[in-house]
Write a protein that binds this ligand. Sequence first.
Ligand SMILES: Nc1ncnc2c1ncn2[C@@H]1O[C@H](COP(=O)(O)OP(=O)(O)OP(=O)(O)O)[C@@H](O)[C@H]1O
Ligand SMILES: [Mg+2]
Length: 262
Amino acid sequence: MTESTAAPTKVVLRTDELVAGYLPGVNILNGASIDVHEGELIGIIGPNGAGKSTLLKAIFGQVGIRGGGVYLQGEEITSLKADKLVTKGVGMVPQNNNVFPTLTIQENLEMGLFQRPKAFEERFDFVVQLFPELAKRRAQRAGSLSGGERQMVAMSRALMMDPSVLLLDEPSAGLSPVRQDETFLRIAQINRAGVSVLMVEQNARRCLQICDRGYVLDQGRDAYTGTGRELLDDPKVTELYLGTLAKDVDAERAAAKRPELD
Ligand SMILES: Nc1ncnc2c1ncn2[C@@H]1O[C@H](COP(=O)(O)OP(=O)(O)OP(=O)(O)O)[C@@H](O)[C@H]1O
Ligand SMILES: [Mg+2]
């Protein structure tokens, strides 16, 4: 979906001026409005503590909502509990503790489908097309997998319920650069298979490179939005949120090469 210019029409998920927090009197989200259209891959970036995870948790009914609302395909789902949201088509992969380590891969996937056990083989076939390695290893305990493999099991588990939108909290965190690349590729594949995705990422540049549109969340508000490319090219976004390190390194390399060329 990257570089897509066709305007998608149907809004799958929307948060409207969401206000939410944990402690009385302290709001972490201060009016966050984002929307995910059908088929889109949306990235949320922003500094540590901006409220990115809180936004996903608020959508998924895990943080008290104090204002605004959450809508799934036009239907209000504000403050519904996670099990209800899963039935309605919201899939969530939290950053941590997202697999059951003592269970096998298959058992983890069965847990993902606890509300529709009869559909297992059909959904398993879908998931295995995206993650073929899982089929061969379905009897292996999730606790013995690498971080990247666990992330794949966690995403697969959420996909078992055939979600219309998948929420991912920092899917590349803690992975080696090679595994990060692989994870981003898989997410793009999941999206191409028809699943709308809302992804929070620390790895902001990489996230913006693959997403259709992005939002910069700062102090609990959506500070900037645009296509991934627009945000990458926006000097303010670069300066405030992406850092100038990559450009500096490029400039240094170019300067270092110049004497050889002369
Ligand atoms: N369970 C909690 N109880 C109280 N405050 C919390 C809780 N969880 C998060 N916070 C606070 O909410 C704020 C936003 O946290 P959040 O985890 O949403 O940020 P984030 O943007 O995901 O940051 P990071 O990039 O570090 O993951 C932080 O100031 C944090 O201390
Ligand atoms: Mg977070």
